[in-house]
Design a protein around this ligand. Structure first.
Ligand SMILES: Nc1ncnc2c1ncn2[C@@H]1O[C@H](COP(=O)(O)OP(=O)(O)O)[C@@H](O)[C@H]1O
Ligand SMILES: [Mg+2]
Length: 394
């Protein structure tokens, strides 16, 4: 049976001291502290993970609720990381499902690949970020393990998996759910951009990092690449280009100059994926349609082409005004010029509005029937456009 240490309450029940945070204030304050953070990046002592991790911001410290686990604890709950407990795997490691008695909760445990300093750095960034940032649209970190060279993160379990699992699934999300997920993800991003101080650039917004809880409630996950944004009159932070191909803003990919607008670009790509059901990069498609944004750009110029962009799997079940508005907004987010992209506050306003305009298939089914001669929007026109949806068999 696993034994976990509720670090916040017992502080000292284990050898490792728990994380500490400054007293809560309206804005989560992310430093800087001389020992842990530099102005525009999280700097952690090289061997910090093996010693204490302390975030300091002046005199008073509060302890964080994240718990520490031994490697043994987590091996027990995942039955020694058995393949049948595996939820998925990404670029940084594998994720397992387990049940933790001490918190009476099902959890997702990510075992990071042992890739030296960079891996350790991302682990620390994620622990620090998720310990300080709390919002209904961000995944919660329950604890972590830094035993020897093992690095594991323990999150709340998100029962409906990731947005990616649903978009490219046979049982496609309906229009309303898609907009609701986009609106929730935008709120999570708004918290990072506008509420955290200094702002946090998420840097890895993509469908597989939007996890879904009961009722498709979305939460952003994976903060290993998150970066503290520019402070003062700086407009960007310079950094090594990291993230996921296809979601990366062009100016960031080319120059390494990272701004909050880089996240807005990635958000636009996610919104496009939700609307079109297409993958950001899909090598199984014909040349010219493999890169989602490159395919969409010429279509954005002609509003009459918008219905061609809706996912054929929606079978025309979407509000036509909503489709126009959502696509026009996605087009703004993925503009080449970062300054032309909207701010996150505008994104939240737009998406909250779109999510409030729910589509009632029953009502629309009747209106289609009383208007013979009006073809169902997506399927017919998509065929004439020659854009073949290659997901599944049909
Ligand atoms: N907290 C969680 N709850 C449920 N499933 C999760 C959780 N975290 C990750 N997963 C699943 O594991 C997969 C791999 O996660 P991750 O390592 O973050 O890689 P990636 O984001 O590149 O897919 C996710 O796509 C998701 O399906
Ligand atoms: Mg992820």
């Amino acid at each position: 049976m696993e034994s976990c240490s509720p670090a916040s309450a017992l502080g000292g029940a284990k050898k490792k001291r728990p994380l500490e945070i400054p007293p809560s204030s309206e804005k989560p304050n992310l430093g800087p502290s001389p020992s842990v953070m530099k102005q525009d990046s999280l700097e952690v002592n090289k061997d910090a993970a093996n010693k204490d991790i302390v975030l300091s911001n002046g005199s008073d410290h509060h302890q964080i609720a994240a718990q520490t686990f031994t490697f043994r604890d987590l091996a027990v709950v995942t039955r020694n990381f058995r393949p049948d407990c595996l939820l998925g795997g990404g670029g940084f490691g594998r994720v397992y499902k387990g049940y933790l008695n001490c918190v009476n909760q099902v959890v997702a445990i990510k075992q990071l690949d042992r890739n030296g300093l960079q891996g350790n750095r991302e682990f620390l960034v994620e622990v620090l970020m998720l310990s300080l940032l709390h919002h209904p649209n961000l995944v919660s970190l329950i604890g972590y393990c830094a035993d020897g060279d093992q690095r594991l993160l323990v999150y709340e379990y998100m029962p409906l998996g990731s947005l990616e699992d649903h978009l490219h699934d046979k049982a496609r999300l309906d229009w309303n759910t898609g907009m609701k997920i986009a609106a929730g993800a935008a709120k999570g991003l708004e918290y990072l951009h506008d509420k955290a101080s200094p702002p946090v650039i998420y840097r890895d917004l993509k469908c597989s990092n939007i996890l879904l809880g009961e009722g498709y409630h979305p939460k952003l996950s994976d903060f290993g690449l998150a970066k503290l944004g520019p402070v003062g009159d700086k407009t960007h932070v310079s950094t090594r280009v990291m993230g996921t191909y296809g979601y990366c803003a062009p100016e960031y990919a080319m120059t390494g100059q990272l701004t909050l607008k880089s996240d807005i670009y990635s958000f636009g790509v996610v919104l496009l994926e939700i609307i079109t059901g297409r993958r950001v990069i899909d090598n199984t498609r014909v040349v010219g349609e493999q890169n989602l944004v490159a395919w969409a750009r010429p279509l954005f110029k002609d509003r009459r082409k918008f219905p061609l962009m809706a996912d054929p799997a929606l079978e025309g079940q979407y509000p036509s005004r909503g489709l126009y508005q959502a696509l026009a907004f996605a087009a703004m987010c993925v503009q080449e010029q970062p300054s032309m992209r909207p701010l996150i506050g505008d994104v939240v306003t737009a998406l909250t509005y779109l999510a409030s305009q729910t589509y009632d298939p029953e009502a629309h089914g009747i209106s289609r029937m009383v208007a013979p001669g009006t073809p169902p929007r997506t399927r017919t026109r998509n065929r004439s456009h020659g854009s073949v949806d290659q997901r599944g068999s049909g």
